[in-house]
Ligand binder design. Structure first.
Ligand code: GAR
Length: 217
């Protein structure tokens, strides 16, 4: 495989898969630098599996229940290796991966999180953002490191908080931004315009500085 071949990418999901759907749509574009070669869910009933099937992307269900984290991750690794995966995009994947797994995929695994990190890592981000009274919310795509939601930031998109927002209304506004941000950030990583260097983002090779602040609507 030459370095110009689209990078074989696995998308890991646990649920409805709207970010997966956005990535599938983006990857249809000629010249998109990532090829979605596998979708893995830890939940057998994840709605997102249907998006993958409809797009003809191979799927694998790797359940986490009834086994140790080590067994789960070994099965995940085997599925990724069998599909020749080079890059992982976590998209609503709700399992915390071990530091060892994160280290194995360092620089080759990215995640989307529905807050402007480093604010509000973890769960219930929208309720916590509203409780904190922030005026801007948003989402972050970052390299996955051993620290949950703590790896080098690749891109962020901000949205306004409105006075009558509920966690659900804010989540919906942020989700629209996620659907624009994630395909743009995956493209930057898959085309090696951004890389992880010593735990920090090297984006000296990207001409797309504007993408990193806020992708166009
Ligand atoms: C998205 O908002 C994503 O950012 C979030 O889960 C949702 C999944 O939606 N991820 C996390 O909270 C990761 N800790 P989707 O299944 O429709 O893409």
């Amino acid at each position: 495989m030459t370095t110009d071949a689209p990078m074989r990418t696995a998308v890991l999901i646990s649920g409805r898969g709207s970010n997966l759907a956005a990535l599938i749509e983006a990857a249809r574009a000629p010249g998109y630098p990532a090829r979605l070669a596998l979708v893995v869910s830890n939940e057998p009933g994840a709605g997102g599996l249907a998006h993958a099937a409809a797009a003809g992307i191979p799927t694998a269900v790797v359940p986490h229940r009834g086994r140790t984290k080590a067994d789960f991750e070994a099965a995940l690794q085997a599925a990724l290796e069998a599909a020749g995966i080079e890059l992982i995009a976590l998209a609503g994947f709700m399992r915390v991966l071990s530091p060892g797994f994160a280290q194995r995929w360092a620089g080759r695994m990215i995640n989307i999180h529905p807050s402007l990190l480093p604010a509000f890592p973890g769960l219930d981000t929208h309720a916590r953002a509203l409780a904190a009274g922030v005026r801007l919310a948003g989402c972050t795509v970052h390299f996955v490191s051993a620290e949950v939601d703590g790896g080098a930031i690749i891109g962020q998109a901000a949205v306004p908080v409105r006075p009558d927002d509920t966690p659900d209304s804010l989540a919906a506004r942020v989700l629209s931004a996620e659907h624009r941000l994630y395909p743009a950030c995956l493209a930057l990583v898959a085309s090696r315009q951004v890389r992880l260097e010593g735990g920090r983002l090297d984006w000296s090779a990207t001409p797309a500085e504007g993408l990193l602040a806020n992708p166009p609507a």
